[in-house]
Design a protein around this ligand. Structure first.
Ligand SMILES: [Zn+2]
Length: 426
């Protein structure tokens, strides 16, 4: 077996390249091309484009202007024109397979999108001082998915180079649009995944902000539903004929107050947040339009649905009271799901034996949402097992913060853990 540490410079090279070119969910054109090119070179069978995501489940695809903007950017960065044609319109992501004879089928999922946040140009921010900051204004890899993809690509290379020692089938899912929890369900609903015995997902750090730590599983996945509320009223002169108008902005504020007055639930924690409200056109016009971006979460799926139904009821009735027309557009969702305890135990033992990390946990709480939960549910329902690991990393700033950064050397331990797990199972 080759020395893993030789791969660190490769990991850093990938990571900095992805970091320089962040692309948001369903717009990961250049990212998809870079992954495709590398995996093809390594001899993987590849699926991509319209064949990997179900049309009616592709929630929250950006408007055509945004898609075209990132398509143009990807072309300018030198991606193959014919390849772009195949993924144009937001058909991003790659699924790679490697058949290595009789044995179990093992899948690994890596998320590939960035966050709509402006990266800092503070001199303490390493990506800035070393010159690999985001070149896309308003977008940055501030959740570490640049690291996840790099881990995935180097892992893919190590598997391909050592394939004679494995028996079974390897599936690598480079999933688009994790932010806003949109991509996973679209892949599951497409029905192209074979029966999978084991699936592994993971994240750098999250609740393990310390690079010598590892968690074999995770708990506390919050179920979430993301939706937009679109209100249509009627414009009118604010002084001359306000009684002829229908004020969509006021309806929106009524709805927002209503959301925050939904009773808490005795069965567990629930959350609601309106993160964006856009309304009105001018100082002297009764606002005709209002749009808001909302999310509700719950400790389990029932609590999340309770929040969604209460919120939908408020939208309907407040809109009626203000005589507004309304629409609720669902744009993403994730589940509350548990890792398979048998697989968590197995991973714990493997990683402990391999002495990669000093502090190993069975399961850490993440207190967030992940659409990987759709993979977990699907694979478990079909008789397989699933876990979501945390690869410890030192973190700068906070997740989704403008100065987010992670210790790059942490990627090598993540690759080692994946390799040890694969060696053990296949
Ligand atoms: Zn993330």
């Amino acid at each position: 077996m080759e020395n893993f540490n030789n791969y660190l410079s490769q990991l850093i090279e990938y990571r900095r390249d992805f970091h320089r070119h962040p692309e948001p969910g369903w717009c990961e054109y250049r990212t998809t091309y870079m992954i495709y090119k590398k995996l093809k070179e390594l001899g993987y069978n590849l699926k991509y484009g319209k064949s990997i995501t179900e049309e009616k489940s592709r929630f929250g695809v950006p408007d055509s202007k945004t898609l075209e903007y990132f398509e143009k950017l990807a072309l300018e960065s030198g991606i193959d024109k014919e390849f772009l044609e195949e993924i144009r319109g937001g058909y991003t992501g790659v699924i790679a397979e490697l058949e290595l004879g009789e044995g179990a089928t093992v899948a690994f999922r890596f998320d590939i999108d960035c966050v709509p946040v402006q990266e800092t140009s503070c001199t303490e921010h390493l990506p800035y001082t070393l010159g690999f900051s985001s070149t896309n204004d308003g977008y940055a890899h501030s959740c570490g998915h640049d690291g996840h993809m790099s881990i995935g690509l180097v892992f893919a290379e190590i598997i391909a180079r050592n394939k004679e020692i494995f028996k079974g089938k390897i599936i690598l899912i480079f999933q688009p649009a994790e932010e806003g929890v949109r991509g996973a369900k679209a892949i599951i609903d497409k029905g192209i995944l074979p029966k999978i015995d084991y699936i592994f997902g993971g994240h750098l750090a999250l609740s393990l902000e310390e690079k010598s730590s590892f968690s074999a599983g995770s708990t506390g996945f919050l179920a979430s539903r993301k939706f937009d509320v679109i209100l249509k009223g009627k414009a009118s002169h604010a002084a001359n004929s306000p009684e002829n108008g229908i004020n969509a902005l006021l309806a929106a504020t009524g709805i927002i107050n209503g959301f925050n007055n939904i009773p808490r639930h005795s069965q567990g924690s629930t959350m609601v947040n309106v993160g964006v409200l856009k309304a009105g056109s001018s100082r002297n016009v009764i606002p005709e339009n209002a749009e808001m971006q909302v999310e509700v979460r719950g400790e389990n799926n029932e609590l999340c649905n309770y929040m969604f139904e209460e919120a939908a009821n408020i939208v309907e009735n407040i809109s009626k009271a203000y005589k507004c027309q309304y629409k609720i557009l669902e744009v993403g969702s994730s589940l509350s799901e548990n890792c398979s305890s048998e697989l968590v135990d197995k991973v714990y033992d493997i990683v402990e034996r391999s002495k990669i990390y000093n502090n190993i946990h069975k399961a850490k709480e993440i207190k967030g949402s992940e659409d990987y939960t759709y993979f977990m549910k699907h694979i478990k329902e079909n008789g397989g097992q699933a876990t979501y690991m945390l690869w410890g990393a030192d973190i700068k700033d906070s997740f989704h913060g403008s100065g987010f950064d992670f210790s790059e050397e942490s990627m090598i331990n993540a690759v080692k853990s994946l390799y040890e797990i694969t060696k053990n199972i296949l």
